[in-house]
Design a protein around this ligand. Structure first.
Ligand code: OSB
Ligand code: MG
Length: 381
């Protein structure tokens, strides 16, 4: 591979309205403010990454603004002085930073894209992916009524999605899930609480949910409550899946050792990038624990990275990676991400992430920008 001289990190923030509001137990999202990363090498090749932090720190402790600041004042200067020689070494060069994994992942994933482009290989192959097509599910936000929810599910099932995930919160759980289960006795169905429940207080609700033959119950309790998840798992037959609780490989090791979950949702941003995601996937695969790719209402850039990650062998369950058109009137990449009638996405053949940003459209959506020079660092073989 040609020697890579990473020259700069360009940040820009865009604002993009969602086609329809997405409601979770932590709030309603109607638009996304997204920090996009472009890393540029001396030969002019560029890699792209997306920061998955949301506008406010309600899903996890990060926000668009904290990530923006951490990238400029910590990630860029640390990469500049580390003398990193490959994408694989980025995580280690930044390991002194506590938390802020979405900030790190935005840059780390962009460098993986850049490296794959220099190798003239699709990113998924560069990561070691083996699946040429990935299985897709959808995540459905909280709805007004069980009847309305059933209608939304009907549409997504008709589109071919292989797994339906329902957001739940206290008061909008058992009756909503019951309505969907009655209407669709055989679909692969799961629920995601985004930490809205507490063990002692809500164990009866969890036992009710246990009766619906769900594929999993995702993150019922608080992120830090591994012990309580383990206690809850021992009282349920439905597998618990952890999302917010798993921010690194050690969390995954501990959770599996404690039987706090039997399935893991992997999100690139939450765990700090492709290297960490791959390690968690490897661990799970070695223990026979299924993993799947979670989503953060990404634009096409983040979605493309999710597709690449989902081709790794451990990703045996359908992920929350769905078509651009479910979220955006127009995505910022070309081509947009599309899903087949069988609920699959084909891994792309072109180098890197395989989806190119529509630069004119990104320009139109841009609300701020910043550049960090990295002239001294070199990435590449
Ligand atoms: O918990 O998986 C989650 C969206 C925002 C924040 C957290 C989550 C989600 C989703 C949507 O469930 C997944 C997607 O379709 O991108
Ligand atoms: Mg989740």
């Amino acid at each position: 591979m040609q020697k890579l001289q990473l020259e700069r990190i360009e940040l820009r923030e865009i604002e993009l309205p969602l086609k329809s509001a997405f409601e979770t137990s932590f709030g309603v999202t109607t638009k996304r403010r997204v920090a996009l990363i472009r890393v540029v090498d001396a030969s002019g090749v560029a890699g792209f990454g997306e920061c998955t932090a949301m506008e406010r720190p309600l899903y996890n402790p990060e926000s668009v603004d904290t990530a923006w600041s951490v990238i400029l004042s910590n990630v860029a200067p640390m990469l500049s002085s580390a003398g990193v020689s490959k994408a694989e070494d980025v995580e280690n060069a930044l390991s002194a930073i506590k938390g802020n994994r979405m900030a790190i992942a935005a840059v780390e994933t962009a460098i993986w894209d850049l490296e794959a482009k220099l190798l003239e290989k699709p990113l998924w192959k560069h990561l070691g992916g083996t699946l040429t097509e990935i299985d897709c599910g959808v995540s459905i936000g909280l709805q007004e009524s069980p009847g309305k929810l059933v209608e939304v599910v009907r549409r997504e099932v008709a589109s071919g999605y292989q797994r339906i995930k329902l957001k739940i919160k206290p008061g909008k759980d058992v009756s909503f899930v019951a309505a969907v289960r009655n209407a669709f006795p055989d679909i692969r169905l799961s629920v995601d609480a985004n930490s809205a429940y507490q063990l002692e207080q809500d164990v009866d609700t969890m036992r009710e949910l246990d009766k619906f033959g769900l594929l999993m119950i995702e993150q019922p309790l608080a992120a830090g409550d591994l012990l309580d998840h383990s206690k809850l798992q021992s009282r349920l037959t439905t597998p618990i899946c952890l999302d917010e609780s798993i921010i690194c490989l050690r969390d995954a090791q501990h959770a599996l050792e404690m039987d706090a979950c039997r399935i893991i949702n992997i999100k690139l941003g939450r765990v700090g990038g492709h290297k960490a995601a791959r390690e968690i996937q490897e661990l799970a695969l070695s223990k026979g624990i299924p993993v799947w790719c979670g989503g953060m209402l990404e634009t096409g850039i983040g979605r493309a990275h999710n597709i690449a990650m989902s081709t790794l062998a451990g990703f045996t369950l359908p992920g929350d990676v769905s078509a651009s058109s479910r979220y955006w009137h127009q995505d910022i990449v070309e081509p947009p991400v599309t899903v087949s009638e069988r609920g699959t996405i084909k891994a792309p053949h072109t180098p890197g992430i395989g989806y190119a940003p529509n630069e004119a459209f990104v320009e139109e959506l841009t609300t701020r920008r910043a550049d960090a020079s990295l002239k001294d660092i070199s990435v590449g073989a």
